[in-house]
Design a protein around this ligand. Structure first.
Ligand code: HEC
Ligand code: HEC
Length: 444
């Protein structure tokens, strides 16, 4: 008797084989907290799944605020509540830095950097506490409304830092160095240290906010008691009345506890507008910057009404993590990456819990000299969800806190300190394993 499969035309058999291959390749651990969206440049703009009509409206209103271009105050008569920009600022809209809800472009420098945020910190006499610069404040503002000089022009240049992999391939990392020109308000404090940061992506933030503080505390191991070379310190900001810790979760150093707090800080320092949380209408102008203090402020001491903050916060907590088909993670596990980039965490969901896959522990880790800036060596484990779509959303985006890494491999090769062993593992992998690792990271 002839084999029955011979009767099936070749094309159909091929189609069946392909279908089977696709079914087998489906990730064992599809992420229930993600949403199926088109994987194009708008991939980070969609709201989470399962929202009601009213909630979708709320999200859209928040998105409008996120994309709103704010204007200086004197025109407030005509524009009502959309004024109050600056006088000193970095960008006139949230979306100028968080491009299409993704991250900012890597700093490159034809005529000075605009969207890079440069924090300024001055160590006190005994090298302990860090305080803002007495003249320039917490952050360098590279833009200003008419009549006010921007604080400075910020330049970056890169030098090569070659890394040779065990198979002989050389990867050229680029080491940034920064220079300030045209300081408009006199010298900066001699001891001032600068901390450059680019805007991170906006996806999945409500889920990160929902991770119970106890879970993060349980992941931390500040004294490295388990002796794996990886400590990890929770960013404890304060304590609630019942003694439980309030943790920093947002920003590259986990310095803000909530999306709302981070958004208020952004309005204040990046855009120069005040909120109920931060009722300082002159933004980051210091008393030394006299002209700045004389200007008319917006409609009120609080330039951003509470209602606007509410929708902005709702939006910020409901940007969906796109659903992907996750590739094999064997090389990622083998290299020890999950010690910090924790693949699965339970968060409360209605009466139960759901699993999210953020690939972070939200802890601060010493990442070694290579990534250290003058203000510290610790960084928050970057969440890796959405990583592979970074340059789909913004082709100019870079990786790591200051965007120095042009590729995912470069980002991995910058890992040092507590992550030195993981980095060495990647350097010493056979090429095909390293390719599998990158394929996995690109599939996130
Ligand atoms: C000048 C560029 C710039 C502008 C404008 C800006 N941001 Fe950001 N944003 C950043 C940077 C840089 C960080 C990282 C901050 C840090 O490390 O402390 C950040 C971090 C965030 C985070 C935390 C994300 C995370 O994964 O931790 C949120 C939320 C956020 N911004 C919201 C906003 C909102 C809302 C606005 C508008 C009100 C805004 N940002 C305007 C640059 C910007
Ligand atoms: C000791 C903790 C730790 C280990 C282990 C670790 N990482 Fe990281 N990772 C971090 C931290 C912290 C950052 C943020 C560093 C920065 O921005 O300067 C980061 C950033 C990254 C980034 C860039 C993300 C972005 O949004 O720009 C990638 C990619 C990455 N890690 C991949 C890996 C891989 C792959 C491994 C295993 C080979 C690994 N990491 C091991 C802590 C760790």
């Amino acid at each position: 008797m002839r084999d029955a499969s011979d009767l099936i035309p070749f094309m159909i058999r091929l189609a069946l084989a392909l279908l089977l291959a696709v079914l087998l390749a489906l990730p064992a651990a599809a992420n229930p907290a993600t949403r199926e969206v088109p994987l194009d440049e708008m991939a980070f703009t969609h709201h989470t799944a399962g929202l009601e009509f009213e909630q979708i409206l709320e999200y859209r209103k928040g998105l409008v605020i996120f994309e709103k271009l704010w204007v200086p105050s004197p025109v407030r008569a005509s524009l009502g509540r959309f004024d109050g920009l600056g006088p000193l600022y970095n960008a006139s809209a949230c979306s100028r830095c968080h491009l299409r809800n993704g991250r900012a472009s890597a700093p490159h420098d034809p005529r000075g950097l605009r969207n890079l945020v440069l924090r300024i910190l001055v160590p006190d006499e005994d090298g302990g506490a860090l305080t803002p610069d007495p003249v320039y404040g917490r952050q360098l503002q590279t833009a200003a409304t008419p009549g006010h000089p921007p604080e400075a022009v910020l330049h970056v240049s890169y030098s090569d830092k070659p890394v040779v992999l065990s198979d002989g391939t050389t990867v050229n990392l680029r080491q940034p160095s920064y220079r300030l020109d045209e300081l408009a308000y006199g010298p900066m404090h001699a001891g001032a240290a600068l901390s450059p940061r680019i805007a991170p992506p906006m996806i999945g933030l409500g889920l990160l906010e929902a991770i119970p503080a106890e879970t993060i505390m349980a992941l931390s191991d500040p004294g490295d008691l388990d002796g794996d070379g990886i400590s990890g310190r929770a960013s404890v900001l304060s304590e609630t009345d019942d003694g439980s810790p309030v943790l920093g979760r947002f920003g590259w150093r986990a310095s803000q506890p909530t999306v709302r707090a981070q958004s208020a800080a952004a309005f204040l320092d990046d855009i120069g507008m005040s909120t109920f949380e931060r009722p300082e209408p002159h933004g980051d102008c210091t008393v030394q910057q006299e002209l700045c203090h004389q200007v008319v402020i917006g409609a009120d001491v609080i330039e951003i009404e509470d209602r606007m903050m509410k929708v902005l916060d709702y939006f910020g907590r409901h940007v969906a993590v796109p659903k992907r088909e996750i590739a094999d993670d064997a090389a990622f596990v083998q290299a020890g990456c999950p010690a910090c980039h924790v693949p699965a965490i339970e968060v409360p969901d209605g009466d139960g819990t759901k699993t999210i896959r953020p690939y972070t522990d939200l802890l601060l880790h010493d990442m070694g000299d290579g990534l250290a800036d003058g203000t510290g060596r610790e960084w928050r484990t970057a969440p890796l969800w959405g990583l592979g779509l970074t340059q789909t959303v913004n082709p100019d985006a870079g990786f790591l806190h200051d965007g120095r890494a042009r590729t995912i491999l470069e980002a991995v090769l910058w890992h040092g300190g507590e992550a030195q062993a993981a980095c060495d593992a990647v350097v010493n992998m056979p090429a095909h394993e390293r390719e599998a690792l990158i394929t996995f990271l690109e599939s996130l």
